[in-house]
Design a binder for this molecule. Structure first.
Ligand code: PLP
Length: 369
């Protein structure tokens, strides 16, 4: 019988995630699995926590990776902070904002949703008016909307949030690609994912909670309605001197996350951001030379996720499958209302290198000829 995993093709991942994994990270994952209470593993856990604090620019004590993908990070943010009936404001301009609405509603929140045209950023003045009208317990937004390639005004929204209102920010795609400043922006709960700009395989979701968020979470009357993601239980596993068994951390994924954080810190975050921006500019110039047009206006574009309009008459599904089969390059399709209207080119983490951009552009040239 053929062994399928021995024959997994090597694909250049230029879609919305997962991104290409660095060789050092694969190597880290293949190190021996040890016990999750082994003191050596606890040292790794502690180092991951402090690395994440650096990447997220926070002093929050509660900064841990959740064992699950980015969506588990999202669930963690909402399931811990929402008490049934809480008024929650979600700012939506893409698929992941919509997902936040769904998650919050399932938890019994009284959700107000303001939707902005997909491909444009959240409008701060509009949000200001809504916040002045109603007293929200939580305001939630996606920093880098992966479905549209738009960067939302995270700092400006943070300035509007006062009193005991909590600010939840989805940084799944932004962390490790553009600056993320949890403390400076007044973010109370921030979550991310491993397979976007951190360039790990999918499976881990870094989160951080401010003291203000933890004050609500640790004093709530009703138990957090999800045992696995209860941050009160998770902190006694991930923190303090006597670790209490909660679940078995995915050991080798934690090696990967450790290594990915190490790579970013060694390259230095400013250089990592500059590399993403430079690769974005290189890609946009090349796409425009091929006659393609960007979907998002220049000031709001994300470097790591580039939405391109599909020209009239182009069979986008055929293009994607030719790129995959012939050129071993994966790109992303449009999501939701943008399906069939845009293509998504990801330049995340280890993918964001000049030789990869060149390889994509020359493949596109052949396909579009
Ligand atoms: C990818 C993504 C998620 C979900 O992450 P999964 O790892 O797919 O569960 C959430 N929010 C944003 C902005 C994303 O890009």
């Amino acid at each position: 019988m053929a062994n399928l995993v021995n024959e997994v093709p090597s694909i250049m991942l230029m879609g919305p995630g997962p991104s290409c994994v660095a060789p050092e990270t694969y190597k880290a994952m293949s190190m021996p699995t040890i016990g999750h209470m082994d003191p050596y593993f606890i040292k790794i856990m502690d180092s991951i926590k402090s690395g994440l604090r650096q990447l997220m620019e926070t002093d929050n004590n509660v900064t841990v990776p959740i064992s699950g993908t980015g969506s588990a990070g999202m669930e963690t943010a909402f399931v811990n902070s929402i008490v049934k009936g809480d008024k929650v404001l979600v700012l939506v301009n893409g698929v992941f904002g919509k997902r936040m609405v769904d998650v919050a509603q399932r938890l019994g929140a009284d959700v107000t949703e303001i939707e902005f045209p997909w491909g444009t950023p959240v409008d701060v003045d509009n949000v200001k008016l809504e916040i002045e009208k109603q007293d929200f317990k939580i305001v939630a937004m996606v920093h880098a909307e992966t479905s549209t390639g738009v960067r939302n005004p995270a700092a400006e929204i943070g300035e509007l949030i006062k009193g005991d209102t909590l600010y939840i920010l989805d940084c799944v795609t932004s962390l490790g690609g553009i600056p993320v400043k949890a403390d400076e922006w007044g973010v109370d709960i921030l979550y991310s994912g491993s397979q976007k700009c951190l360039s790990c395989p999918p499976g881990v979701a870094p989160v951080t909670l401010s003291e203000k968020a933890m004050a609500k979470v640790s004093t709530r009357q009703a138990k957090v309605p999800n045992w696995y993601l209860d941050i009160n239980l998770l902190t006694s596993y991930w923190g303090g001197n006597s670790r209490v068994y909660h679940h078995t951390a995915p050991i080798n994924m934690m090696y990967a996350l450790y290594q990915a954080i190490t790579l970013v810190l060694e390259e230095e975050v400013e250089n990592v951001f500059a590399r993403h921006q430079a690769m974005h500019e290189k890609l946009v110039a090349g796409l425009e030379e091929l006659g393609l047009e960007m979907h998002v206006a220049k000031p709001f574009r994300l470097p790591m996720l580039n939405n391109v309009k599909i020209p009239d008459g182009l069979d986008e599904a055929a293009l994607r499958s030719r790129l995959l089969n012939e050129f071993k390059i994966e790109i992303g399709a449009g999501l939701g209302p943008l399906a069939g209207k845009v293509l998504r080119f990801g330049l995340m983490g280890h993918t964001a290198r000049p030789e990869n951009v060149d390889r994509l552009l020359s493949a596109l040239k052949v396909c579009l000829a």
